[in-house]
Design a protein around this ligand. Structure first.
Ligand SMILES: Nc1ncnc2c1ncn2[C@@H]1O[C@H](COP(=O)(O)OP(=O)(O)OP(=O)(O)O)[C@@H](O)[C@H]1O
Length: 252
């Protein structure tokens, strides 16, 4: 279980995150929504131990992220928003290079199998520069899986790719969750959230507006007399107006 308690992050005078608290259970796909600059990437980079929070505490299965950084880092796979690949190297060479960076002894066969899972087996000997945008996104995900992490942090992994590749990646992410991996997934795409996620969090200007299941959101909207005809509309409502997280917690 990932427990995020009162996390704040300040860049100069700007507060990118303000007292964000949420809980994510093992095997859950947690969708983090928010417009540009809402703080999604900032939160993921803190969880990935790339940056430090200004204040607050994160624990993973009871271990403090601050105190057990190395131990926790080994359990995390991070799919950054920007594709981090060597364009003039092949798919295989990229996987081998990243496995060396991760200081993991993974055989070529295991690396190939990971690529097969994201439907990149056929491209094993092809240069990254010859791959489509969607294939590069898949390779970005494959790289994050090299050390078999049990937590995956995915920062808009399907941005700018065609619907077919997006669906393939989404189905694959579901399989990973079924295997017990915990996934935090950021996107601007409401339909993706509805397809993938058991729980959603909505960030607006660094403040968490809502965290919970759609069921909880529906219930809360009903209590407030708001009628929505479908879940996409409900998410828009949460996005625009927010529901105080404290109110949701009180109802649990
Ligand atoms: N290294 C940094 N230095 C200064 N400000 C930063 C830095 N990183 C992020 N910020 C600021 O923090 C805020 C949140 O940025 P962040 O990238 O987390 O948003 P986001 O929700 O991921 O947005 P997007 O959907 O555009 O990726 C923004 O105002 C951004 O300008």
């Amino acid at each position: 279980m990932i427990q995020i308690e009162n996390i704040s992050k300040r860049y100069g005078k700007k507060m990118s995150l303000q007292n964000v608290s949420m809980t994510i259970e093992k095997g859950e796909i947690y969708g983090l929504l928010g417009s540009n600059g809402a703080g999604k990437s900032t939160l993921l980079s803190i969880l990935a131990t790339i940056s430090e929070p200004t204040s607050g505490e994160i624990t993973i299965d009871g271990l403090s992220l601050r105190k057990k950084k190395k131990q926790i880092r080994d359990r995390i796979g991070y799919v950054p928003q920007d594709i981090a690949l060597w364009e003039d190297q092949t798919v295989k060479e990229n996987m081998v290079l990243w496995s060396k960076f991760a200081k993991q002894h993974v055989s070529d066969k295991q690396l190939y199998d990971i690529c097969q899972m994201v439907q990149l087996g056929e491209k094993w000997h092809e240069k990254v520069s010859s791959l489509s945008g969607g294939m590069k996104r898949k390779l970005n995900i494959a790289v994050a899986l090299i050390h078999n992490p049990d937590i995956l942090l995915m920062d808009e992994p399907t941005v700018g790719i065609d619907i077919q590749s997006k669906l393939e990646i989404n189905h694959y992410i579901r399989q990973l969750a079924q295997q017990g991996k915990t996934i935090i997934y950021t996107t601007h795409d409401m339909s993706e959230i509805l397809f993938l996620c058991e729980k959603v969090g909505i960030l607006k200007e660094g403040v968490l507006q809502f965290s919970g299941t759609l069921e909880q959101a529906r219930k809360k909207a009903g209590v407030e007399g708001i009628t929505t005809t479908n879940d996409e509309e409900l998410l828009y409502y949460l996005f625009e107006y927010g529901i105080k997280i404290a109110d949701i917690n009180r109802e649990r």
